[in-house]
Design a protein around this ligand. Structure first.
Ligand SMILES: C[S@@+](CC[C@H](N)C(=O)[O-])C[C@H]1O[C@@H](n2cnc3c(N)ncnc32)[C@H](O)[C@@H]1O
Length: 513
């Protein structure tokens, strides 16, 4: 009997090469074949930075890379829910494999756990300070009808109520990030005993103020000015009917108010946010579902905030209040017209996140819980039609890196919309003036629109007045039409007498096509 012909296993390495080199060549060949035949399978490729591309971007790469042609099919959109799910899975993987990231998460979770005791501790310090006052001065207050103890009691009521919501947010976050409560409590104990860990209370109260700006009725005035301006420019750039498949990246998206608004306009909205304080709040709000429209009968019954969460965001800082009732007023979120997905049951650690309903804008939201400069590896193809930087540019350690990344991530002809001040913090390596920022951006290939000319031609939208120093005024900051300066608040307490306000700088620039 003839011996069978020797057959070669196609998966076996080519002979004559050492095993590791052969393996490498085989892998590269397979990857190349996969990319050439079906670029949408790029989602299978896990980059060095641990992020898969959401499917829609993989598909974008298959298309000619110009803005007008970067239109996606319904078929691709249908996969976005799974992209969202993988976003969570990848975050969990990263947290598990990166001790520094896990420590950062635990610090955030422990600040939620410690909210009640820390806020009550702050009130106890105020009580002790008050007790130090001489009798004569206390009498003066008493005679004027100032009941400081009642004020402290009012603030305490607010703390206790807010603590309940922080507790819910913590429970949701522990489930979302699959972290055991015990671990959070141990971290919190270590923090409080000074034996390690930090869980910043101020960061938490700041995140609460972002909830107010992005998702409460009181935040509407601030949203109208900043979100409104950006949304207006976005709408002009991409009229209704032409938004499908238009990818908009929002680096440093905070608690996500603008992200969800952009998605609701019909864009593919991709947020990037590094802070767990912000992300935890965003996950919580976006799982709550929109608030049911108020029923008049309920309103009569004093139940007009049914379905909303109530916090007391101003009791942590006693400066700049006109009245005590302003300081201790409750705020409710989310407001009933916030463009949020339908309520999603909070994930238990073993659960998959409940898939979102098909027709909802939620399908078009993706969040990278990551550093914006690292979401895609160097030399990856540009993916986004538009990038919006809102109160973000000045967070950079290296502003040129941010500019470079914005440029790299944008498709040729893509649009960059900016609004924000230049308030450098967090130890920047370079602090540029506005004219320097514009010069660097132009040097790398951005062309700035004549935004001033456009605003003059189209008239003052939303009551803007050129050259006025008033709240509704705007100015041609550099005198060359490229940048508009307008007064914009940031987490303002509208009933307070201290306001965080900037002459924010806004522009529309395009990457040369
Ligand atoms: C000043 S806040 C503005 C937030 C949001 N755009 C808004 O208007 O509410 C800047 C945000 O950028 C985030 N951030 C800063 N550096 C970042 C980075 N390299 N990658 C992603 N997010 C970053 C911060 O955590 C913070 O939430």
């Amino acid at each position: 009997m003839e011996a069978p012909l020797p057959t070669r296993d196609p998966s076996a390495p080519p002979q004559g090469l050492s095993r590791p080199i052969a393996l490498l060549i085989t892998c590269l060949a397979i990857l190349l074949a996969v990319f050439i035949q079906n670029p949408s399978l790029a989602i299978l490729h896990k980059y060095k930075y641990g992020h898969r591309l959401p499917l829609q971007f993989a598909a974008t790469q298959a298309l000619p890379q110009s803005v007008s042609e970067a239109i996606l099919t319904k078929h691709v959109l249908a996969h976005l829910t799974s992209a969202q799910l993988s976003s969570r899975e990848e975050t969990l993987e990263e947290i598990a494999s990166t001790p520094a990231m896990r420590a950062r998460l635990l610090a955030t979770l422990s600040s939620l756990h410690l909210y009640r005791s820390r806020a009550l501790g702050a009130l106890a310090r105020k009580r002790r300070a008050f007790a130090k006052m001489v009798r004569q001065d206390r009498l003066l207050l008493q005679q004027a009808g100032v009941d400081y103890s009642a004020k402290l009691a009012g603030a305490e009521k607010g703390v206790r109520h807010t603590a309940k919501v922080m507790e819910q947010i913590l429970a949701h976050a522990c489930a979302y990030y699959a972290v055991a409560r015990k671990e959070v409590e141990a971290f919190a104990r270590a923090t409080e005993s000074g034996s390690g860990g930090t869980g910043d209370h101020t960061q938490l109260t700041q995140a609460m103020k972002h909830l107010v700006r992005d998702y409460s009725t009181e935040g509407a005035a601030e949203r109208k000015r900043t979100f409104g301006l950006i949304q207006g420019w976005l709408a002009q750039e991409f009229p209704e009917g032409g938004r499908e498949g238009v990818t908009v990246l929002l680096p440093g998206c905070g608690v996500g108010g603008l992200l969800w608004e952009v998605a609701a306009m019909g864009f593919e909205a991709v947020g990037v946010e590094w802070s767990f304080w912000m992300n935890i709040m965003q996950h919580f709000v976006s799982s709550a579902g929109p608030v049911p429209i108020v029923d008049t009968e309920l309103e009569v019954n004093g139940d007009e905030h049914k379905g909303q969460h109530t916090i007391y965001p101003y009791i942590d800082w006693w400066s700049h209040h006109v009245t005590n009732s302003n300081m201790t007023r409750p705020l409710h979120f989310p407001h009933s017209s916030a463009p949020l997905p339908p309520a999603i049951p909070p994930p238990s650690s073993s659960d998959k996140i409940h898939p979102l309903v098909d027709t909802h804008p939620a399908h078009r939201v993706f969040l990278y819980e990551s550093d914006f400069t690292n979401i895609h590896p160097p030399f990856s193809p540009p993916l986004y039609t538009c990038i919006i930087t809102l109160f973000f540019l000045d967070t950079a350690q290296s502003l040129p890196t941010y500019l470079r990344k914005i440029h790299d991530y944008l498709l040729p002809g893509g649009v960059w919309i900016n609004l924000g001040p230049l308030l450098y913090g967090t130890k920047p390596w370079v602090e540029l003036s506005l004219e320097e920022v514009v010069a660097v951006a132009e040097g790398m290939g951005f062309v700035f629109d004549d935004i001033v000319g456009k605003m003059r031609k189209e008239g003052p939208e939303g009551g803007w007045v050129e050259g006025s120093g008033d709240y509704d005024g705007w100015v041609d900051t550099l005198g060359d039409g490229k940048v508009v300066g307008l007064r914009a608040g940031y987490n303002i307490d509208w009933k307070g007498i201290g306001r965080n306000e900037y002459l924010a700088q806004a522009w529309v620039a395009r990457k040369k096509g």
